[in-house]
Design a protein around this ligand. Structure first.
Ligand code: DGL
Length: 247
């Protein structure tokens, strides 16, 4: 199977990492809209327009599926993208909701949803989790984590101050949804902050679980073909891909 992975920038490589670990696809074509990142501060109609343009980009390839790694796009633009695509377009929000429901037996468990302003304002995760029976939800936009990850500030004083800024009045949840492509890179620091009784829900792992339940994968591909495209400075994206994915 040949898949396109779309993100607003480099963050979606965290989803590619999970896809590679599970060897699901023969070919992965990544497109990061690095010229227009961040999406998380943009409004719904702009995010939908960018999502549709990404589908147009992917029409240059004969894909079996498009995975939207970006939570902000998954939250707002999925149905519009599906309307103009000739293959299924799958987002990370539904997958994250189902992974949370699988991870927590008790529906009274508190779930903390983290994301960009767009993702949090959309209430996409909250709606999905409520439909699964969860009632004790806290949603928090934590966009400062995005530039910190891009600057590779993954520990230390600035990050600790940011954690304090966002979470000083947050009661420890049973699960934290890492509802932004960049946040999985903060897994060690968030795990340490919330403690071992809190599960962290990673979009990449959630989408793998979702795909394996929904589609038949007959073969594994240890050495898939990888192609990386970006709307600006594709070389920088390819360098980051080499570093993050060891490819
Ligand atoms: N990719 C975005 C997301 O997952 C985060 C970065 C951005 O704001 O564009 O929501």
């Amino acid at each position: 199977m040949k898949v396109g992975v779309f993100d607003s920038g480099i963050g979606g490589l965290t989803v590619v990492k999970s896809l590679l670990e599970h060897q699901l696809f023969e070919e992965i074509i990544y497109f990061g809209d690095t010229a227009r990142v961040p999406y998380g501060s943009k409004d719904k109609s702009t995010i939908i327009r960018y999502g549709i343009e990404a589908v147009e980009f992917f029409k240059n390839f004969e894909l079996d599926m498009i995975i939207v790694a970006c939570n902000s796009v998954s939250a707002y633009a999925l149905s519009e993208m599906n309307e103009c695509a000739s293959c299924p377009v799958i987002g990370v929000v539904e997958a994250g909701v189902l992974a949370t429901a699988n991870a927590l037996q008790n529906k009274d468990s508190k779930v903390l949803i983290l994301g960009t302003h767009a993702t949090i304002n959309s209430k996409a995760y909250e709606t999905g989790l409520k439909n699964q029976g969860f009632i004790y939800l806290e949603a928090k936009a934590t966009p400062l984590f995005v530039p910190l990850v891009e600057e590779e500030i993954l520990s230390g004083e600035i990050l600790n101050a940011t954690l304090k800024h966002y979470f000083s009045d947050t009661q420890t949840p049973k699960a934290v949804i890492l509802g932004c492509t960049h946040f999985p890179l903060l897994t060690p620091v968030l795990a340490n902050h919330f403690g071992e009784n809190t599960k962290l829900i990673h979009s990449g792992d959630a989408i793998v679980e979702y795909l394996e339940n929904k589609f038949d994968f007959y073969k594994q591909y240890a050495n898939p073909t990888l192609k990386f495209f970006a709307s600006e400075n594709p070389e920088a994206l390819r360098e980051t891909a080499k570093k993050w994915l060891n490819v």
